[in-house]
Structure formats: structure tokens, C-alpha cells
Design a protein around this ligand. Structure first.
Ligand code: GN1
Length: 460
């Protein structure tokens, strides 16, 4: 381990010497922990990171003033639809998707490094259960959907097929997620096909460019955003693992959408048959302020403009037909070819610009006493998973029905929307529709028919 003097010199180079200011008063164990944490921070990268954060903070808040003039909706030729168009084409996409799955060429990749702050839980969101009668958690529902798509593809092609499940975690979520999967026997999946890996963490920085001490013996760190995926793929040689398994196509999704269709054959087949290297599922936005990114074009290039970076005026613009002009809501379901991911990790990752999130970061005051700030006091820098879209050679979007595919769990039940109750109802309503479509009838305790209309599930 580097000596304190070495570390002080390194930190001086990064103008971050203050991180050692309580070091002398620490007991041996916390002192060693702090020094180990500081040793892992490369001085030049730390200097750049802190400078960038301060510079980003000095810029006027809100989207660039010329963004509105540079935006356009996606041209229709880039957009497919799961519901419009002829059923024959949809069947072709589905067949192609199942075929690729049966050939073991499809993997799913879960982005599960987030902290669930808005939901108000201290454990990984995937371990949350929304109060279903079965008490299943999000992780269990996803595992079961993987098993089902493997089974369906296997039945069609008479093979035993595997959809490997890659799970990107963070320092916050890896330990509990790994333990949870073990305790639940990997939900009957083969543990060899569940591959967990960890994304990097970055220091939180004050508005004047100083990394923040969370405790006397700990620098405040935060995951590097879901776009940290690309360095994590490289750090853990995940693309090599995919190559060994023969995986060519990857369905990337985030943990909180209870309706997610893992390795959706229709989406996979659509992207493959269109020769896409990169794709995104979208739903029609529900209302202008909905916190979803918008899939659109900036300067003629496909991109997602995140909800935090679009002005309310632009979000409210209407198309001639009366609907929202920017209505393609990103549901964080992406298709990538392995080749495209390889180009990203080898060449493009350093070009991805971090986004700034201003947050309340727990810290210590000048005497080393812990402080829970009431106002935002720091910046977290994050990359976004969709920031690679502009580099795609052939990007496509795929519009799906919200009620079948999107009900995110973002907030606690105290909020009106996107909470455990809305997620639970969305899933129950979907299962009800499936059962009815398969010929089921719902009867009450007296044998009277009920629940013929999925809307009757609203009060569950
Ligand atoms: C960086 C990123 O991926 N943001 C996504 C993601 O938002 P979060 O607020 O980070 O959960 O999920 C939304 C859909 O639930 C999607 O609309 C948005 O663009």
C-alpha cells in the first residue's frame, strides 16, 4: 500500500489534499480504509473529474438554449410498431427472434446498480416486491420470464436453449443481490448463466470542485450512471464471455419495469431483420412532463434527450394531429449487437459526455461532524446508457403498447404514479388479459362470473 506521504503528493496533483484532513486523528483501521480508498483514485483522472464537475456546475442550468431548434421527431422509417401493421410481419419478427434465441445468440443484460432513492428502500430495487398475491420480487418475475422465453424457443426448435442473464450491479447492490440470488437458488436458473459484475464508482464533488468526504474516513462515492455499463463491460471482460457463449444480440433493460419482456422475440426479430446495430423500445408518452427520455433526432442524428434535459416548452409541443410532437418515450429497453458494444468499449466510451446531477450528498462539516444536507450540496457525474445511440450505424426504434410493456417502479406509494400499487395493478391486469385470451373465466366465491374486463382489476 502507498504511504500517506505518497498519497498526499498524489492528491496535491489533483488539488484534492483536503481528503486527508482528518487522517491523523483516525484509528488504524479506518485510517487504512481511507488510504486504500484514496489509493484507488488515479490522480489525473480525479483532477479531471473534479474540474469537469465544477465546470459543468458553472454553466447555466437547463438544456442548451439552441436545443429546441436542433430537435426533430424520429423519421417514420426508423420506427417499427408492435401493434400497427400487418400481423404477418409481426409473426415474422417473432419467428426470427425465437430462432436467434434457440441458436443461443441472445442474452439479456440488467442495469441494477441504482440505489432506489426515490422508492425509499436501502436494498436493491430488484429485491422489492410490490404486494402481489404470490409475493414475487422483481428479480423473481424477471427470472421466470427468462425461463419462459427459453422454454418457448426450445419448444419451437426442439433445442435446449439458454438466455444468459448479465446483471450489472454497483458497490451498493452487488453483495445483497448475490446473496439474494443464492438464497433463492437462482430462481431455478443455472448459476453459470447468471453473470453479475460491478460498475465503477466516482467521487461526488462540491460545487467548487472538491471531492466530498462522507465521513472522516470515507470519500462520498456514487455509481457512474447506467452508461457506466460500457467501462464495466471492459473491466470485467463481459464481451469476451458473450463471445465464448456465441451471444450476438443483447437486450439491455433497467430493473424497475415490472412488465419488461425479457429477450422479447418480437423486438429482437425486428431489430435483427432490419439489420440494426442499436435499437430502443418506446411507448407513447402519457403526458408532457412524464419523467421519461424522448427518443428523437438532434441535428439529424438519433438520440435520447433525457427528461431532466428537455425544457417544459419543448416537451409540450404538439404535432399537427394534436398529439405530443416528441411522444416517443424511452422505456430503457435497448437492443445492441455484440459488435456494436465492442466498438463502444474499444473506441467510443471516452467520447461519452457525463451528465450532471445536483444532489444532497451526506458529508462532514469542517470539524468532521456528519451532516445530512437539506439543500443540494454536491454533484454526481453520470453517463447514460443511451448516449451511444448517436454512434449507431443503423438505429431503429420500436413502439410498443404501454399497458403491455411499461409500468416502472420509481416512487413510494405516497406518490400518485409509478409506485408499487400502479406496478402491481399493471401486472395483475396483464395476467388477467392473458388468462381471458386463453379462454379462462373468473368466478367469485358463489360461482358468478366476474372480471371480464381488465379494468376491473384497477382496485386490486
Ligand atoms: C439514463 C436513463 O436510462 N434514463 C431512463 C430511465 O430513467 P430513470 O429516471 O433513470 O429511471 O428510465 C426511464 C424509463 O423508466 C427512461 O425514460 C429514462 O430515459
Amino acid at each position: 500500500m502507498a504511504s500517506e506521504a505518497d498519497l498526499r503528493a498524489r492528491l496535491q496533483r489533483a488539488s484534492q489534499e483536503h481528503l486527508l484532513r482528518f487522517c491523523a486523528e483516525l484509528a488504524p483501521e479506518p485510517r487504512a480504509a481511507l488510504l486504500a480508498q484514496l489509493e484507488a483514485l488515479e490522480p489525473e483522472a480525479l483532477r479531471q473529474h473534479c474540474q469537469r464537475a465544477a465546470a459543468a456546475c458553472a454553466r447555466p442550468p437547463g438544456p442548451p438554449s439552441d436545443l429546441a431548434a436542433r430537435l426533430q421527431p424520429l423519421p417514420p422509417e426508423r420506427v417499427g410498431s408492435a401493434t400497427e401493421g400487418d400481423p404477418q410481419t409481426r409473426r415474422l419478427w417473432e419467428e426470427e427472434g425465437f430462432h436467434q434465441i434457440a441458436l443461443n445468440r441472445v442474452a439479456v443484460l440488467l442495469l441494477a446498480g441504482g440505489q432506489g432513492t426515490r422508492l425509499g428502500v436501502t436494498y436493491p430495487k430488484g429485491m422489492y416486491q410490490v404486494g402481489l398475491p404470490s409475493q414475487k420480487t422483481l428479480y423473481q418475475l424477471q427470472a421466470e420470464r427468462i425461463r419462459r422465453v427459453e422454454q418457448l424457443a426450445g419448444e419451437r426448435y426442439g433445442t435446449r436453449c439458454t438466455v444468459p442473464w448479465y446483471i450489472m450491479t454497483s458497490e451498493f447492490t452487488l453483495g445483497p443481490t448475490a446473496k439474494f440470488f443464492k438464497e433463492h437458488d437462482f430462481f431455478h436458473l443455472d448459476p453459470n448463466n447468471v453473470i453479475m459484475f460491478e460498475q465503477r464508482m466516482l467521487p461526488a464533488v462540491s460545487f467548487d470542485g472538491r471531492a466530498i468526504l462522507e465521513r472522516k474516513d470515507k470519500v462520498a462515492m456514487a455509481p457512474d450512471g447506467n452508461g457506466g455499463l460500457y467501462s464495466a463491460l471492459e473491466d470485467h471482460q463481459i464481451l469476451e464471455d458473450m463471445e465464448r457463449r456465441g451471444v450476438e444480440f443483447v437486450h439491455v433493460y433497467c430493473v424497475d419495469n415490472i412488465l419488461v419482456r425479457l429477450a422479447d422475440p418480437v423486438f429482437i426479430g425486428f431489430c435483427v431483420l432490419r439489420g440494426a446495430d442499436c435499437g430502443a423500445k418506446v411507448v407513447e408518452k402519457a403526458y408532457p412532463e412524464e419523467p421519461v427520455g424522448v427518443v428523437c433526432q438532434v441535428d439529424g442524428v438519433p438520440q435520447v434527450v433525457e427528461y431532466s434535459e428537455i425544457s417544459p416548452e419543448v416537451a409540450q409541443l404538439r404535432a399537427p394531429g394534436g398529439g405530443l410532437l416528441y411522444n416517443a418515450g424511452n422505456i430503457c429497453n435497448h437492443f445492441f449487437t455484440r459488435d456494436f458494444l465492442r466498438t463502444v468499449t474499444r473506441e467510443l466510451e471516452p467520447l461519452l459526455q457525463p451528465h450532471v446531477a445536483v444532489k444532497k450528498v451526506p458529508c462532514v462539516d469542517e470539524h468532521g461532524h456528519p451532516v445530512k444536507p437539506l439543500q443540494p450540496n454536491g454533484i454526481k457525474m453520470e453517463k447514460f446508457v443511451f448516449d451511444v445511440l448517436p454512434f449507431a450505424k443503423n438505429f431503429v426504434a420500436f413502439q410498443v403498447l404501454r399497458e403491455e410493456e411499461f409500468s416502472p417502479l420509481k416512487n413510494a406509494d405516497s406518490a400518485d404514479r409509478d409506485n408499487p400499487s400502479t406496478s402491481r395493478r399493471a401486472l395483475l391486469a396483464q395476467h388477467c388479459r392473458w388468462a381471458l385470451r386463453a379462454g379462462a373465466r373468473f368466478l367469485d366465491a358463489h360461482g358468478t362470473r366476474l372480471l371480464e374486463q381488465p379494468r376491473d382489476w384497477r382496485n386490486c
